[in-house]
Design a protein around this ligand. Structure first.
Ligand code: ZN
Length: 178
């Protein structure tokens, strides 16, 4: 008799779930270990396998590496293949932003504050605004580079609003008319 364990099947997975058969379209709720709320297991010798991902892989094969697996039923413990779906990473991010789970604006501010704290930024928003206004009224990048010690590339990015961009007041980027 072979000592090799039988390969996992969907039934192996299903047998490890609590399933309320009295309902129409029941969730398969994983009874075993969860990591960050998601079912994980050693499947076919591979530890730390995300069970939902493994389940979807049975459906779409190696394509899986391109996709995130998400729950449509909002219960992360559920691994019913009919309750799982796939999305590209950018779709997942977009949905997260739409739902408010992530916020582009606050993340941008947090990153900027973090960069300032670490001393990565040699200037602050006020200085950038001042430089942008001066470039708009004719101060050259070369002159400002000599004056401030900033690189021409940095100044050019400030001028074009690629860095230190005004948020929520694009109209003021050129300085308000007096
Ligand atoms: Zn479900």
């Amino acid at each position: 008799m072979s000592t090799k364990k039988r390969a996992w099947t969907l039934k192996t997975v299903r047998d490890r779930c609590t399933i309320d058969e009295s309902t129409d379209d029941p969730c398969w709720l994983w009874k075993q270990s969860l990591v960050n709320g998601r079912p994980q297991a050693t499947i076919d010798g591979r530890g730390g396998t995300l069970v939902a991902r493994w389940v979807m892989q049975q459906r779409i094969g190696n394509l899986i590496s391109r996709y995130c697996v998400v729950n449509r039923c909002d219960d992360l413990r559920c691994i019913n293949p009919d309750h799982l779906t796939i999305r590209t990473r950018s779709q997942v991010l977009k949905l997260a932003y739409q739902s408010g789970a992530r916020n582009v604006f606050s993340e941008y501010l947090a990153r900027r504050t973090e960069a300032e704290k670490r001393g990565m930024a040699k200037i602050d928003m006020g200085a950038a605004r001042n430089l942008r206004q001066r470039m708009c009224i004719g101060h050259t990048i070369e002159a400002l580079a000599d004056e401030t010690g900033l690189s021409r590339a940095t100044l050019s990015k400030i001028k074009n609003g690629k860095i230190w961009r005004e948020i929520g007041s694009f109209g003021n980027a050129l300085g308000s008319a007096a």
